[in-house]
Design a protein around this ligand. Structure first.
Ligand SMILES: Nc1nc2c(c(=O)[nH]1)N[C@H]1C(S)=C(S)[C@@H](COP(=O)(O)OP(=O)(O)OC[C@H]3O[C@@H](n4cnc5c(=O)[nH]c(N)nc54)[C@H](O)[C@@H]3O)O[C@H]1N2
Ligand SMILES: Nc1nc2c(c(=O)[nH]1)N[C@H]1C(S)=C(S)[C@@H](COP(=O)(O)OP(=O)(O)OC[C@H]3O[C@@H](n4cnc5c(=O)[nH]c(N)nc54)[C@H](O)[C@@H]3O)O[C@H]1N2
Ligand code: SF4
Ligand SMILES: [Mo]
Length: 903
């Protein structure tokens, strides 16, 4: 089918499916000449200049969305026990298993595990089904790993899970303190706004990052020591008379308790405890004291902790003490990770929430039960993520349905989670791709539509509800998540309550529930979008992004909360929380002397099921990495780019060392994106012990006690295969075929046009001919051999005539040829290519600017030749001139290279 027929409109406005900034995206269909002299339709993705979150800008992930579309790797038909089946069979299986399990073991023997990447409408029906009709609150979500401590802290102090600030506050702020946030990479469009605002930037992060690179001040505190830092700030503000006493008196409570807990945290003690220079610390404290318009912008560096809620509260305390909340340019701003983490929170899709910002009080259970006309209301909180998978392991939960998340990779102690799922009697997984670590544990795989195909709403970090709009048809037999859930609900006997005809239908009910008995006398809730309860289908289709509350009092929405100093606590006062700082639970010791930190890279999204499909997004980093300080590298005998094995009490992880002074000694950092299905031993979360925060249940993922050792390979190989053979090899690698692993120490795979490239570290040279015979099912692919002596070492090439099997090997990783040239050889098998490749320049051209394909080497050369600023380099090479996400790295290259030149 031509795209012309597929595309419902010439231009479609939707939102980006990645981070919580929630940028507006305009997708347009354009006709361009194709290779054969004809024309083809292409989808062009641009920033929506009408959307208030981004005003037309997109970061590199958003700009690359078009390259992630297409059916390759998609799950297109349901699969039952590994065999494709009809939808009817699949839905009946799901309903029957759920019904049988509930009948035999009660409602609490089933669970849903959802995701902040579902749309609000999907979330709403899933939550309603479980909490209103199945009768259990075992509905949790990956937001537990992400935002739950921020939620718990807001509720403790402000009385509601309500983000006070908005993005315009970032434009107005004079000081932004980024705490445990690498926003330059994780919320790039907001970071660009901060930079444009001329606000001073302070970054609190144990390691150097693209964000700290651009900061006026970087406090590299010791891991997990944030609460002491902010207790100290509260103490300091008090000592210097910087309190807003009127605000404290009129709008808060419990100040003295918080102050009492903070009293011991003198600057000297904080500096010592957090391992920062006293001078630097005082510089920060003074800046905060003297800057009225100050925003604290925080994320996973504080949330993913066994005391994350407390840490959040120490930050909020400082804003309450100075009255810097509810005013332009200030506030405690928890920044959301996933595109719809906020929507999930609004719906109540967390095990400790009932629905629409109501928790499990008797009145709320009754209220929601009446609204839903529900037959079997859950009577109390359910199991939170870590408890939920423990219950799967212990057999208490016997049927689990996982949607839009990959817990076999992202949960702490991930391999144990995967094993628990493998042993669970019924596992249903809804995903848009079929080949994930979690999908591999499923009995039933349900093909879901994804971004570009599905329609609904999402809420971004500033409480702004926007439309995601499908502009492509459903591929294969994929169906929308809300449809799948409603169909199962109907088969469970709840036809009337799930008789929704469209996402708009669901949205109207969701909006109505948010306003139902929502008032001071009954149950006042921050989340209220009741003004949207009667919107027409047409209005829903052309929805203008709006910030909640949107109700009779605020029909146009609400940009900023708490401007009147009235909070959602019973007495309307915000609460200070007294906090005793705690160390991470995963303590280092002789056996495990290092702290492993983990987080995100600029160009990848989580477990790479979508960004991993866009070849150019792998240019920035294509393999599992491990960042190590030079001193530590020396101590452990680790060379730059050497393969390293990291081990914790729970498991192991293999990554290529990046020796960098941005890391502190004693600490390591690994990106979270790779998993065991993309590389050997690549699941970082498998190392974490699942200690959780007592209030939120969020696990401690940022501080894992580990040890490491360098691995020495006999030699390295780079193997190119066309799709079919590549898939054959991949499945053999994934099941850990013993014969293969006699020769292979480590592997990872990169998708390239027409096939895959495998990078192998070898224990010894395999019998390549035998491997080729196996992969091509013995089809007479006699391999040619060539050898070349290079200054860097010997290089071998083996290839079949048609180049469907092309392998270079060498004792040195560095003397393997340039990968880009290699990949082209797969695409255009020229007769002289192998010989040419044998001589080609060695690899190592790491891309800094993904959009314009400018490598680190080119930038360094230009700097050496006199380019002295980011703008100058942009003019010269183009780098940084499209989405701008790489500017912090260009700036870092300038800093180091100019310093070298001067020094
Ligand atoms: N490119 C990209 N962007 C993303 C995502 C993605 O996958 N890729 N995912 C999205 C999601 S779901 C989320 S939740 C956000 C996360 O956004 P961020 O929280 O900004 O990202 P992370 O890289 O997880 O962690 C942030 C920083 O916390 C630091 N940190 C570690 N320990 C501590 C500590 O003890 N104290 C302090 N102060 N800092 C510490 C880490 O060194 C790291 O630099 O990103 C969103 N945006
Ligand atoms: N060590 C460590 N672990 C971490 C973190 C960390 O910083 N360190 N961060 C944590 C955080 S903050 C997060 S948010 C999690 C993220 O971890 P996950 O949620 O497990 O990761 P994703 O890759 O985003 O998984 C989303 C899945 O949904 C699928 N999908 C996409 N669109 C749709 C759709 O419309 N419908 C359906 N049904 N499926 C869809 C994708 O293909 C993918 O398989 O990881 C957590 N784990
Ligand atoms: S900042 Fe980038 S990833 Fe986040 S919503 Fe905008 S375009 Fe998407
Ligand atoms: Mo997240």
């Amino acid at each position: 089918m031509a795209l012309t027929e597929l595309f419902s409109a010439h231009r479609s406005c939707t939102t980006c499916p990645y981070c919580g900034v929630g940028c507006g995206v305009a997708a347009t269909r354009e006709t361009t000449p194709d290779n054969q002299g004809g024309e083809e339709d292409v989808i062009r993705i641009q920033g929506d200049d009408q959307h208030p979150a981004n005003k037309g800008k997109l970061c590199v992930k958003g700009s690359s969305l078009a390259d992630t579309l297409g059916n390759h790797g998609r799950l297109l038909k349901p699969q039952l026990h590994g065999e494709e089946c009809e939808w009817d069979t699949a839905l009946n299986f799901a309903a029957t298993k759920l019904r049988e399990t509930i009948d035999a073991h009660g409602p609490d023997s089933v669970a849903f595990y959802l995701s902040g990447q579902l749309l609000t409408e999907d979330y709403y029906v899933a939550n309603k089904l479980m909490k209103g009709y199945v009768g259990t609150a075992n509905v949790d979500t990956n937001s537990r790993l992400c935002m739950s401590s921020a939620v718990a802290a807001y509720k403790r102090s402000l009385g509601a899970d309500a983000v006070p600030c908005n993005y315009e506050d970032l434009d107005e702020a004079e000081l932004v303190v980024l705490i445990g946030s690498n926003a330059a990479w994780t919320h790039p469009i907001l970071f660009q706004r901060m930079q444009a605002s001329k606000a001073k930037l302070v970054v609190v992060d144990p390691r150097g990052s693209a964000t700290s690179e651009m900061a006026d001040l970087h406090l590299a505190i010791s891991p997990g020591s944030d609460a002491a830092l902010f207790n100290g700030l509260l103490h300091y503000l008090t000592e210097f008379g910087a309190l807003d006493q009127a605000f404290i008196d009129n709008h808060t409570e419990n100040f003295t308790d918080a102050l009492y807990a903070a009293a011991e945290w003198t600057p000297e003690k904080v500096a010592d405890h957090c391992s920062v220079e006293l001078e630097q610390l005082l510089e920060f404290y003074e800046l905060f004291r003297n800057t009225e318009k100050a925003i604290s912008f925080y994320s996973q560096g504080v949330n993913q902790s066994s005391t994350g809620t407390d840490k959040n509260n120490t930050i909020i305390n400082c804003h309450l003490a100075t009255g810097r909340i509810g005013k332009p340019g200030c506030g405690p701003f928890s920044i959301t990770g996933q595109p719809n983490a906020m929507g999930g929170r609004e719906v109540g899709g967390l095990a400790n929430m009932l629905a629409a910002h109501m928790d499990f009080t008797e009145e709320n259970i009754d209220r929601v039960g009446r609204f839903w006309n529900a037959s079997n209301m859950a009577q109390g909180p359910g199991l939170k993520a870590v408890e939920l998978f423990n219950a799967v392991e212990s057999g208490q939960i016997k049927a689990v349905w996982i949607m839009a998340t990959n817990p076999a990779v992202s949960m702490p102690d991930a391999r144990r989670v995967a094993n628990a799922l493998k042993n669970c009697p019924t596992v249903i997984v809804s995903d848009c791709v079929g080949d994930t670590d979690t999908a591999r544990c499923a009995d039933l795989l349900l093909p879901a539509t994804t971004w570009g195909e599905k329609t609904g709403t999402v809420t971004n970090s500033e409480r702004r509800v926007s439309r995601q709009k499908g502009f492509l048809p459903k591929p294969g037999e994929a169906r929308h998540d809300w449809e799948i859930i409603c169909d199962v609900a109907k088969r469970l006997g709840f036809s009337e309550a799930f008789d929704f005809q469209s996402p708009a239908d669901i949205f109207r009910e969701h909006a109505a529930l948010s306003g139902f008995e929502n008032n001071r006398e009954q149950a006042r809730r921050a989340f209220d979008i009741s003004a949207l309860a009667n919107i027409s289908d047409h209005e829903y289709d052309f929805f203008t992004p709006v910030q909640w509350p949107v109700n009779a009092d605020n029909p146009q929405g609400t940009a900023r909360l708490f401007s009147d100093g009235d909070f959602y606590t019973p007495n309307g006062r915000a609460r200070f929380v007294a906090v005793q700082p705690q160390s991470p639970k995963q303590e280092t010791r002789d056996e495990y002397p290092l702290v492993l930190n983990s987080g995100r890279l600029r160009d990848q999204w989580h477990t790479m099921t979508r960004t991993g499909r866009a070849r150019q997004l792998l240019d920035h980093s294509e393999a599992p990495e491990l960042h190590v300080h030079p001193q530590e590298a020396e101590k452990f005998g680790i060379q730059d780019e050497q393969l390293v094995r990291v081990e914790s009490e729970k498991g192991q992880f293999f990554g290529r060392a990046r020796v960098t002074p941005s890391q502190k000694p004693g600490q390591l950092f690994a990106p979270i994106h790779w998993s065991d299905s993309l590389a050997h031993n690549a699941t970082v979360s498998a190392l974490a012990i699942p200690y959780t925060d007592p209030f939120s249940g969020q696990p401690e993922l940022k501080q894992v006690a580990v040890n490491m050792e360098p691995l020495t390979a006999h030699s390295y190989a780079c193997l190119l295969l066309r799709t079919e053979a590549a898939e054959e090899l991949h499945s053999r690698l994934q099941i850990g075929e013993a014969k293969l692993f006699e020769t292979i120490l480590h592997w990872y795979r990169v998708p390239v046009e027409g096939g895959y490239r495998f990078e192998l570290a070898l224990k010894k040279q395999p019998d390549w001919q035998a491997l080729a015979d196996k992969l091509f099912k013995l089809s007479d692919k006699q391999l040619n051999r060539k050898q070349l002596q290079l200054p860097s070492g010997e290089r071998w090439l083996l290839h079949s005539e048609q180049m469907e099997f092309l392998v270079f090997t060498s004792a040195e990783w560095h003397s393997l040829p340039d990968r880009k040239t290699l990949e082209n050889a797969l695409l255009e098998p020229l007769p002289d290519a192998p010989a040419k490749l044998l001589h080609d320049v060695p690899a190592g051209a790491q891309m800094v600017c993904t959009c314009l394909q400018v490598s680190r080497k080119e930038i360094e050369t230009a700097i050496a030749e006199g380019a002295a600023s980011v703008d100058e380099l942009g003019e010269l090479l183009g780098c940084g001139t499209n989405c701008g996400s790489c500017k912090p790295e260009i700036s870092a290259l300038l800093n180091t290279n100019l310093a070298v030149a001067v020094g």
